[in-house]
Design a protein around this ligand. Structure first.
Ligand code: ZN
Length: 159
């Protein structure tokens, strides 16, 4: 079964900045499970997967614009230090901040006595990425999954 809109794909991936060591891999945990065609993964990776099938492996370079977007200026925010609990903070460190819009990965820029400047850009924004992908399996999405726009059951939403 080929990968196309309204199908659910399970896959392993390893991601690196183009020409560099891997940043992250799913190899030591469960594969990622996503519904195709509903904006659940970065567009460059979704495009590269289209028409592939279970057992296929491939590598693809995805430019920043088709990955996590370009870095935007003016995305620095000053946050009271107490919001970080007892975490020891260092510039360059990535932390998860609870925001009004839910948890968000941010990068620490500057640590002051009582406030911390963080960069709200996605940590991989502005980076051209290379993905190595292994398709584990592909199935039809259920009508309910298509309606909700995400995967249910194993590897997906439980509600
Ligand atoms: Zn749902």
């Amino acid at each position: 079964m080929k990968i196309e809109k309204d199908r659910v794909v399970r896959f392993h991936y390893t991601v690196s900045e183009v020409g560099q060591e891997p940043i992250e891999s799913s190899k030591d945990r469960d594969p990622l499970t996503i519904l195709i065609g509903h904006g659940n993964i970065i567009p460059g990776l979704e495009n590269a997967m289209t028409d592939k099938q279970a057992g296929d492996s491939f590598g693809v370079d995805v430019s920043a614009a088709d990955a996590y977007g370009e870095r935007r200026e003016g995305m620095t925010q000053r946050v009271p230090k107490k919001h970080f609990g007892n975490t020891r903070l260092q510039p360059g460190q990535q932390v998860v901040l609870q925001t009004n819009f839910g948890p968000r990965a941010v990068t620490v820029q500057k640590v002051g006595m009582s406030v911390v400047d963080v960069d709200l850009n996605h940590p991989m924004a502005g980076k051209d990425l290379h993905f190595d992908v292994e398709i584990v399996d592909v199935r039809e999405a259920t009508a309910e999954e298509v309606e909700h726009g995400h995967v249910h059951g194993e590897g997906g939403h439980h509600h």
